[in-house]
Design a binder for this molecule. Structure first.
Ligand SMILES: [Zn+2]
Length: 346
């Protein structure tokens, strides 16, 4: 039992809850309470949660820490964006198209461009890309337009069927741990995982499995919210990535990410801010939690109007995001890059 003092203004000294695992990023075991009394912004998972900050690397870890078999129950049926969300309603269909055109489409294109810049590839054709947790495959389409041969994995069979039949993209229903069994070693030039690491219980194991399917000299790019950005400080436990408890099992710091990448033998570890639109999206969602996708497209009265307002807040906050990301260099969402060393390396 540790006694923590002056860990955060939100809480006084507290005992570390039993069952908190070693830090998912640096394996440290000393924690200070960071946020207490956190509730699910979607009101889907009942209960109150807290986040504890690792003294070793600054990453935040969720407590009580759920068991792997409990995780599926935390996810509502509508969780990530897809074009078919509009369903039968003309208004919702229009809003889904508008959201895609203004927000998601440009975001995916920016993410593909950022990956190309960071890896130094210049429009080579036929590079093989695996996206882990590909969802509806809309981001994969952005990479395919830039010449990649793309493969996706997702946990949901119906999502995988959609990606295969509608986009003609190779896709497999799989968890990260299945990758070394599904693909021969050294199959891919690039593996991407957008907003995956914060959801999984074994980050180091995931990196090990991803490295196994990367070619020597290949890159892993992971987009993830970070706890050492300005947004976490400004919004505290109202920040969408904190009130995403209990689905966010952790929110790493950049230092934690660096350590876990290096421990799993990635080199050239670097960070870039995620797309400005997506970073701004976090502000809109933190200000107006009632505008969540789940609510707006789940049919809750008034949520559509709120989502429209949140959209306006997102666009208005883009200039501020550019300051946060490029002047102050404290982005709330980053893409972390690591390379499997070329042959001859370790
Ligand atoms: Zn740590």
């Amino acid at each position: 039992v540790t006694t923590d003092t002056a860990a955060s203004p939100a809480a006084g000294p507290r005992d570390r809850p039993g069952g908190l695992p070693p830090c998912l990023y640096c394996a440290g075991t000393d924690y200070d309470l960071l946020f207490d009394g956190v509730e699910d912004r979607l009101r889907h998972a009942p209960g109150r949660w807290s986040y504890w900050r690792c003294r070793g690397c600054g990453s935040a870890i969720l407590a009580p820490h759920p068991k792997a078999e409990d995780l599926a129950a935390f996810y509502p049926p509508v969780y990530s964006f897809r074009l078919s969300l509009g369903g039968e309603s003309r208004l919702r269909r229009l809003l889904a198209r508008l959201e895609y055109g203004i927000f998601f489409g440009p975001q995916y294109a920016a993410q593909a461009r950022a990956v190309l810049r960071a890896t130094g590839w210049r429009g080579e054709r036929g590079l093989r890309l695996l996206d882990v947790g590909c969802g509806q495959g809309l981001r994969l389409r952005a990479f395919r337009r830039r010449g990649f041969e793309v493969v996706g994995t997702d946990l949901q069979p119906e999502v995988v069927d959609h990606v295969k039949s509608q986009l003609g993209v190779e896709a497999v229903c799989a968890e990260v741990g299945d990758l070394p069994r599904l693909f021969p070693p050294a199959s891919f030039d690039l593996v991407t995982a957008f907003f995956l690491l914060e959801h999984i219980p074994d980050v180091a194991g995931a990196l090990r499995d991803i490295r196994a399917v990367l070619k020597p000299g290949g890159w892993f790019a992971a987009a993830v919210p970070v706890i050492d950005g300005l947004q976490a400080r400004v919004f505290g436990k109202r920040w969408i990535n904190v009130s995403e408890a209990p689905r966010h099992l952790s929110i790493p710091s950049r230092e934690g990410l660096r350590r876990v990448f290096e421990r799993q033998r990635f080199d050239s570890v670097s960070f870039r801010p995620d797309s400005a639109l997506n970073c701004a999206g976090m502000i809109g969602a933190s200000l107006l939690p009632g505008a969540a996708l789940t609510h707006a497209y789940g049919g809750r009265a008034g949520a559509m109007a709120l989502r429209f307002l949140a959209g306006a807040a997102v666009l208005l906050s883009v200039p501020w995001i550019l300051v946060e990301n490029y002047v102050l260099r404290r982005p709330g969402l980053v893409v972390v890059f690591g390379r499997r060393p070329p042959e001859g390396g370790r």
